[in-house]
Design a protein around this ligand. Structure first.
Ligand code: ATP
Ligand code: MG
Length: 421
């Protein structure tokens, strides 16, 4: 137990961390181009915030939250998603007073007590974007375009975008009634959870993963047919903007999303290449959440993208990435003088942006050169008494074996020349 990470968690290192850094850099650069600022909210929030925002008929609140009482007897929950925390911060810091829209992004560890399987962990990571301060479908399209571009920029081609509209609360009320009528006598045959969903939020029955519920709900009326004029117009304009941007999508009236706060637009990016947990990204508009949490009435839209699932999709397409260590230069040494000097030069070079390494474990010269190969050094040199006294050394290209004489006092400039830095 001591040497095993808790179930549903993962150490990320080696070849994997290189992928994470690449994708995180892409996210940050993309958000810069979209004018989206980073926000870092706490890992835990007051439990009440999630009860209020995520909704008490959802899987998250009913089954998945890591909730505990702290030593001050406060009920605390590790964030199971970050939209609520971001909305709380938006209100707490009066961001609604700024010129709108406010656009925020996060890259955040997220916690859900789930049955673990491929693509389903207890600690996972989300890249999310939240945009506040507009009811225009242009903001929906902008949010969608961030996730779309990230996936495209990573060269992933197996992911498709599905969109739907749940309408405003009035449309949803009408639809819920239609759905109750449709389920009708089949109510007794729904799963235990769907029976309670039927009363409180029948729309969520569409999201149930139980086969018997799926069967009952097949052929249910489409929520899109229940939209009023304004909600229809909103959805139609979104589709027009997306088409204009060259973003392909399909309309899928079965998408309802697992969280209660959505209004009008909902969307998912899905793939069939990583097994049953194929939703890489989910999001939508949530026009009532900010007000519900104590702020002014504020139109808003956002998404959460699972970074593990995104990387699984990439791997399914391109295969596992290899871990290739890499250094510019290995500075080996013989004897005390060379050893001390090698440490000093390595430090100097590192400060100049050259990836340098030297002996810190007391290896023999032969073992040092073997190690230089192992860590992927492009060049190496060896410092002994003579080299230190004469101030000259011979730099060897590890691939070609070619050597170049250099003055040790000019090693930085010389290495930059050799490396084309
Ligand atoms: P699912 O239907 O797969 O449970 P969800 O509707 O609960 O997903 P969201 O709350 O919308 O998911 O979260 C957004 C994204 O976060 C998901 O599309 C997925 O990529 C990722 N995600 C959600 N739960 C997990 C998990 N337990 N492990 C890994 N990634 C997850
Ligand atoms: Mg879930």
């Amino acid at each position: 137990m001591l040497t095993q990470a808790p179930k549903g968690t993962k150490d990320i290192f080696g070849a994997e961390i290189a992928q994470w850094q690449i994708v995180e850099n892409k996210m940050r650069n993309l958000c810069r181009n979209f004018g989206i600022d980073e926000i870092r909210t706490p890992v835990f929030e007051h439990t009440e915030l999630f009860l209020r925002s995520v909704g008490d008929t959802t899987d998250i609140v009913q089954k998945e939250m890591y909730t505990f009482f702290d030593k001050g007897d406060r009920s605390i929950t590790l964030r199971p998603e970050s939209t609520a925390g971001a909305a709380r911060a938006y209100i707490e810091h009066g961001m609604f007073n700024n010129a709108q829209p406010t656009k925020l992004y996060y890259i955040a560890p997220t916690f859900r007590y789930e049955n673990t399987q491929a693509g389903r962990q207890r600690q996972f990571h989300q890249f999310g974007v939240e945009m506040y301060g507009s009811y225009s479908p242009a903001l929906d399209a902008e949010a969608i375009s961030v996730a779309y571009e990230l996936i495209k920029d990573m060269g992933i081609n197996s992911v498709e975008l599905r969109i739907n509209s749940l309408g405003c609360p009035e449309c949803r009320g009408r639809y819920n009634k239609m759905l109750r009528d449709f389920i009708g006598d089949n109510l007794d045959n729904l799963c235990h959870e769907c029976k309670s969903r039927y009363e409180k939020n029948p729309l969520r029955v569409l999201d149930c993963k139980e086969e018997k519920c799926k069967k009952i709900i097949a052929g249910a009326p489409s929520v899109i047919d229940c939209l009023d004029e304004e909600c229809t117009e909103h959805f139609e304009t979104l589709k027009e903007i997306l088409a204009g941007m060259g973003i392909s999508f399909t309309v899928d009236p079965m998408i309802v999303r697992g969280l209660d706060y959505y209004t009008r637009t909902v969307f998912e990016f899905v793939t069939n290449t990583i097994g049953a947990q194929g939703t890489v990204c989910g999001g939508g508009r949530y026009d009532n959440l900010v007000e519900e949490c104590g702020g002014p009435k504020t139109g808003a839209v956002g998404f959460g993208l699972g970074i593990e699932r995104l990387l699984m999709t990439l791997e399914a397409q391109n295969g596992k990435s290899e871990y290739k260590p890499f250094r510019h230069l290995y500075i080996g040494s013989i004897g005390k003088k060379g050893f001390i000097k090698s440490q000093a030069i390595t430090f100097e070079l590192r400060k100049m942006g050259i990836i340098a390494e030297c002996d810190t474990v007391g290896r023999s010269v032969k073992a040092q050169m073997k190690y230089a190969n192992k860590i992927g050094a492009m060049y190496s040199l060896i410092l002994g008494d003579d080299e230190v006294d004469l101030g000259k050394a011979s730099v060897k290209n590890m691939e070609t074996g070619e050597t170049t004489e250099i003055n040790i006092s000019e090693i930085g400039a010389k290495m930059k020349e050799l490396l084309n830095l």
